[in-house]
Every structure is written in C-alpha cells, then in structure tokens.
Design a protein around this ligand. Sequence first.
Ligand SMILES: [Zn+2]
Length: 83
Amino acid sequence: MSASIEQLSCQELVELVTDYLEGALPEAEQNSFLHHIEGCTGCREYVRQMRETIALTGRLTPADLSPEAEAALLAAFRDWKSR
Ligand SMILES: [Zn+2]
C-alpha cells in the first residue's frame, strides 16, 4: 500500500471536521479530508449534518446532542426520577 494521499481514519476525520468547516485546515489535510469523504458515505453524511447544524444554530456545536439523543436522555432521566 503506497497512497500518495495520506489516508485518514473516520475517527481522524471527525476530529478535523470543525477545522474543515471553518476553512482552517492546511491544504494537504483538506485534500486528505475531501479524499476520505469521497469514498466514505458515513463521513459524508456526518459532514452534511454538521453543516446543517451550523446553518441552524449559526455556530459550531459538535458536542450538542441531536434532538433524538436529547429526547432519549430526557426520557431516561424521567424514568430515573420516578423510581
Ligand atoms: Zn469515514
């Protein structure tokens, strides 16, 4: 295996996504990033969702919960309280 473009793992891509969306990635890393999402549906979807989140909230909030995750957590919390 001798790739001329450095291969990113999905984990590495997730760590770079905020820099990518801020346009803060160095060119070489951005190329690796784009190369990865070209061939990885999961990461492409992740980047799309991040973009949407930013469009909706106007900020980068990768730690924010999705509505589904938040609802599940709240339900779990209610269960716990009613014991
Ligand atoms: Zn990936």
